[in-house]
Design a binder for this molecule. Sequence first.
Ligand SMILES: [Fe+2]
Length: 283
Amino acid sequence: MSLFFIQMADPQLGMFAFFSGLTDDEIEERRRRGINARKAPAKITGFADETRLFTQAIEAANRLKPAFVVVCGDMTNDPDDEAQLAEVMRIGHLLDRNIPLHWVAGNHDAGDAPTAETLVRYRERFGDDNYSFDNGGSHFVVINSCVCFDPGQVPHEWDALVEFLSNDLQAARDSGCEDIVIFMHHPLFMDDPEEADGYFVIPGIRRKVILDVLKAQGVSAVFAGHLHRNAIASDGPLQMVSTGPVGYPLGDDPSGLRIVRIYGDTIEHDYYGLDDLPDSVEP
Ligand SMILES: [Fe+2]
């Protein structure tokens, strides 16, 4: 094994409280959109559930000692809630300082339709939204999928993202790295690269632009979140992996994280519920 890393998605502090406040009609409306909202026994406030879950995930990383941790977006439910933000940062800082922590912009962080203001705010809080890093002979690229989802108010950001991605991947290929992996919040697709547009995936017109760049450079895999459930698909040799949430689940899988092992040019990965994690990751 060249390395393993831990992918987390959607710790989303405040989502349990938000969903506990939905009326029957609001739950029904979400179910029609494919969002498996559940009736809570009682209205809750704050983010105690997410604190427990995200802390459990970070403590697992400290024990397992991955090459790095990546959090694929939706760090908080409400980007205007300073208490949620402070708490997610506090827990993030519990990660062993020898393990790099990489943030990825989610729609709850940078907006369903980002603006210049939401992007500035994101970058002040979490750093760059489009960047790359190397580890163990592999190359990892983070992109801001909120800009891919709806660049209507920031069209130049979409142009800049595509240019960054193209140039970065070409440079990685030229340097001879074995594997290239992409992290983003929204999946490019859930089941099929030709599937219809919708809330959960990058619209087809921009999905194709990104996929063409990734396939031209032989990218191995894309890891995303956003669905709050697991979904695994492919486009030829490219794996498209959507990972369930650290926080509130919207599918059958429990709150959890994904362990990704890279062996030369092969990538293997498994999702684990937070109460069902291994004691160690063996080579
Ligand atoms: Fe989310």
